[in-house]
Design a protein around this ligand. Structure first.
Ligand SMILES: Cc1cc2nc3c(=O)[nH]c(=O)nc-3n(C[C@H](O)[C@H](O)[C@H](O)COP(=O)(O)O)c2cc1C
Length: 369
């Protein structure tokens, strides 16, 4: 459908995939894999199918291995049962004419021994990320983790590759690598949490190495045009000490330059949620997405606090190719139809974000019948 007033509603060609519109549902952890095996459930299939009018759905962050875990009731994609559960989800979305990528994640040092029978989680270095982990008995402060051995880093990369293979078997249309703030990848990029002295620490090139090794492993099993990556270079809160540092800007210049050589589906960039004044990334404050446009020649997906108006505006300006919406999809399963008909948006209930069950999950009504 061509709506010249609303570029958000235009059809979009993402490589060989045709998106019905340019409204993407961003990944939303919802804590509904409420079973010991962390298997996606029929309720989750219903929830995703309700949101299938999005041009593309990005699944909730999904564990690539048991070692990647660090938040309750988040599904994995490393067992046969989990793959079978995800098949229900992808089938339900496809039946409604939607498309869905699997977001693959690893929380690294920001986990807690409660997830590992009392053993410490592991990260780039034995440095406490000073954040919180949502354990089965509530939020707990993180501890000083173990430093990953070189063999464990290689295994982690293989875990991403196997998870990507599993996602293919489960019927996903592509992969998004979860390199959002707080996760294992940004822990490697950060000067504060990565003080390794081997090939994965020290220089910008070394700290970013894992990004490209994960990407290279995944594109052995997926065409690169179906693989994306999501970064949050400017997260200031809820990420402990993994905040922008004086090398964040050169680090991202390096990463973007290298990513130009990959024919990725898209680069997904999260914008600032807070004022950047006085931080090492203050220069990004104005015209935030234009900085990424300048350094990255592929498709760019913009995220953070977009509305119908600002989403249409950034597409019109040509500063992004796709716009993703996170929180608005929680209470508005028919967000796209609401944009089409200029209907008001419903407010979501934060108390049910991770609460398990149908309440605040599949019971938000569509406003257009
Ligand atoms: C409840 C909730 C869960 C989230 N879970 C994830 C996640 O699993 N993976 C991820 O990359 N981002 C996650 N995010 C961040 C969103 O994808 C998005 O980047 C953020 O909400 C900003 O977009 P918005 O302003 O449109 O909500 C989550 C956000 C919320 C509100």
């Amino acid at each position: 459908m061509k709506d010249t007033k609303q570029p958000l509603l235009e059809e979009y060609q993402l490589g060989d995939l045709t998106l019905k519109n340019r409204v993407v549902m961003a990944s939303l952890t919802r804590g509904r894999a409420t079973n010991a095996g962390l298997v996606p459930t029929p309720l989750m299939a219903r929830y995703y199918a309700q949101r299938a009018s999005a041009g593309l759905i990005l699944s909730e962050g999904t564990w690539v291995s048991p070692k990647a875990i660090g938040f309750i009731n988040v599904p994995g994609i490393y067992t046969e049962e989990q793959v079978a559960g995800w098949k229900l989800v992808t089938q339900a979305v496809h039946d409604k004419g939607g498309l869905i990528f699997s977001q693959l994640g690893h929380i690294g040092a920001a986990s807690h021994p409660d997830f590992f029978d009392g053993e410490l989680p592991a990260g780039p270095s034995a440095i406490n990320p000073q954040t919180h982990s949502f354990t089965p008995v509530g939020f707990k402060e993180t501890l000083t983790p173990r430093e990953l051995s070189l063999a464990e880093i290689k295994q982690t990369i293989q875990d991403y590759k196997q998870a990507a293979k599993n996602a293919r078997e489960a019927g996903f249309d592509g992969i998004e690598i979860h390199a959002q703030a707080g996760m294992l990848i940004p822990q490697f990029l950060s000067l504060a949490t990565n003080q390794r002295t081997d090939a994965y620490g020290g220089s910008i090139e070394n700290r970013a190495r894992i990004v490209f090794e994960i990407l290279d492993a995944i594109i052995e099993v997926w065409d690169s045009t179906r693989v994306a990556i999501k970064f949050t270079p400017v997260a200031l809160s809820h990420v402990g000490i993994v905040v922008p540092d004086e090398e964040t800007i050169p680090m991202f210049q390096y990463i973007l330059k290298k990513l130009n050589d990959y024919q990725l589906a898209f680069l997904h960039i999260v914008g600032p949620a807070e004022d950047l004044t006085g931080t090492p990334v203050a220069v990004l404050q104005d015209n935030y997405f234009s900085h990424f446009r300048r350094h990255y020649s592929g498709r760019l997906m913009a995220n953070m606090g977009f509305t119908q108006e600002s989403g249409n505006a950034i597409l019109k300006e040509g500063l992004a190719d796709l716009v993703s919406f996170g929180a608005p999809f929680i209470a508005n399963p028919d967000l796209v139809e609401r944009f089409q008909h200029h209907l008001p948006l419903a407010e979501s209930d934060r108390d049910t974000y991770y609460s398990g069950g149908e309440k605040g999950y599949t019971d938000y009504p569509a406003s257009v019948k």
